[in-house]
Write a protein that binds this ligand. Structure first.
Ligand SMILES: [Zn+2]
Length: 482
């Protein structure tokens, strides 16, 4: 199976499918961020190609990452649905309807030509003057129903401003609805394929069976609708299967992680980490030099941060503003930070941690050898491309990072010699191949690419022929009995 690049980023940072590409425009690769050319000749199959890339293996990697059937479809969907009617759960579990916003030019025209209108749902009304993108007034409190009737006063004006909204809006376009965190809001996901936030809501017209990897924080039932507030520590394969079977959602694991690196002491707040320093360091794992972090500042403007050669970015925090950090053009977690004047010291946390059988102080240090760590309270173990696992002890393994709540984070120094653990011959001789997570496939692909194996190109060809699949025996080894 050969993949072709079907999605690119334009100069404004928007995702553009090859069908919508315009000749002469500048486009960039999602994976390596280099220039792409839109190949849209009359007789060819259309796709993007790199303007100038000689390295064949790097090219293949980009093609795998950016083909339209890949995980990046998630990001495209987030863009497509950004300005449609959506639903939000707030902190007190109240439901709000979020209305589409008016473009800047429409807002200007509305004021210039007196084209005002209003939208009413369940007796609550919003005037068009509140529908600017950053006005934060485009929310209507609604009660939990299956369907909502939308009334528009001066509809002709709305039409002239190209403001599109349906007369009937269904909350449940499917039996079970996911609300995940995007830009600090818990918002409904109307499309099938998505990644997850650590905290999420599921609304379902049927009762959902329990799964041991889902931590139930709150449950209620209203108007025949089951409302679940879940927390996820560890995105396991069986949980991904559960989502597919019980909710219909296809869950894609994160490709990268943003983690708080400094300060070492913080407090868990409402959906955010509270710190008292005016400077924070965040770390991206795994990182590349072209990674950029995006967030909105106090004035609602988008800011962009670059990471240094260790994947670390520095950020100055203004007090009481919520910083929702995300990696631009990447499937990753969202780290929310807020600076307050004083965090509350934690009383129930035991600071004594045994590292290799000895009491140790965890600072932002790194570790090379396998550690054995025991703690009275749980800590998080980060592995590449996966949700962190919460545990009380750790032995005989080198995770990407170990994060001790309220204390600090230890990072692994360098990965090497991993290729000696697996028998590469399996790639050529195996009869049984099974579908694996894209992150696992890419891990193996990268391992081969960066190795000094004599038959490297043959292995790579075999892997590409079996995109997103690995030999079954091989999977057991790389998962290490997980
Ligand atoms: Zn590329």
């Amino acid at each position: 199976m050969t993949a072709k690049i079907n999605i690119a980023i334009d100069q404004k940072g928007n995702y553009v499918k090859i069908q919508d590409a315009v000749k002469g425009q500048l486009y960039y690769c999602l994976n390596c961020k280099e220039r792409l050319i839109a190949n849209t000749g009359d007789h060819n199959i259309h796709f993007y190609r790199h303007h100038n890339k000689k390295n064949r293996e790097a090219l293949i990697e980009c093609e795998l990452y950016s083909s339209s059937d890949s995980d990046y479809g998630i990001l495209l969907n987030e863009q497509i649905y950004e300005n449609k009617v959506r639903f939000i759960f707030d902190k007190s579990l109240n439901l709000k309807m979020k209305l589409p916003y008016l473009s800047r030019s429409s807002l200007a025209r509305m004021n210039f030509d007196d084209l005002y209108f209003s939208v009413t749902v369940q007796g609550n009304r919003i005037f068009s003057t509140g529908l600017g993108k950053r006005s934060n007034r485009g929310y209507l409190d609604v009660s939990l129903e299956y369907e909502y009737l939308v009334e528009i006063e001066n509809e002709r004006n709305a039409k002239l401003l190209e403001y599109v909204i349906e007369k009937k809006v269904q909350l449940f376009q499917r039996q079970t609805l996911l609300f995940k965190k995007i830009s600090g809001e818990y918002i409904n996901i109307p499309y099938e394929k998505t990644n997850l936030s650590n905290e999420l809501f599921l609304l379902s017209t049927k009762k959902l069976p329990r799964h041991s990897d889902l931590i139930l924080k709150q449950y209620s039932i209203s108007n025949g609708i089951h409302i679940y507030h879940f927390y996820i520590d560890n995105l396991t394969e069986s949980l991904i299967d559960w989502f597919k079977k019980e909710t219909g959602y296809t869950i894609i694991p994160n490709r990268k992680w943003i983690d708080l690196f400094y300060p070492n002491s913080f407090q868990y707040g409402d959906y955010s980490l509270l710190v008292e320093t005016d400077k924070v360091l965040v770390k991206v794992t795994p990182h590349s030099s072209k990674d950029t972090l995006g967030y909105f500042n106090k004035n609602g403007q988008k800011e962009v941060l670059k990471v240094d050669e260790d994947g670390i970015a520095e950020l100055d925090l203004e007090q009481n503003h919520m910083y929702h950090l995300r990696l631009n053009h990447e499937i990753c977690n969202e780290l929310t930070l807020k600076r307050i004047s004083e965090i509350e010291p934690v009383t129930d946390y035991s600071t004594s941690i045994l590292v290799n059988g000895q009491l140790d102080e965890i600072d932002a240090q790194s570790f090379e050898r396998a550690y054995s760590v025991e703690s009275a309270s749980a800590f998080y173990v980060f592995k590449q491309d996966e949700y962190p696992i919460k545990t009380n002890s750790l032995e005989q393994q080198l995770p990407k990072a170990v994060h001790f709540p309220f204390i600090g984070t230890m990072h692994r120094r360098r990965v090497n010699g991993k290729e000696n653990l697996v028998s590469w011959e399996l790639l050529l001789n195996s009869m049984q191949w099974g579908i694996v997570k894209n992150s696992e496939f890419m891990d193996v692909f990268k391992m081969v690419k960066e190795s000094n194996l004599p038959n490297r190109s043959i292995y790579i060809a075999e892997l590409l022929k079996n995109y997103n699949m690995l030999p079954k025996d091989f999977v057991k080894i790389i998962r290490g009995g997980r």
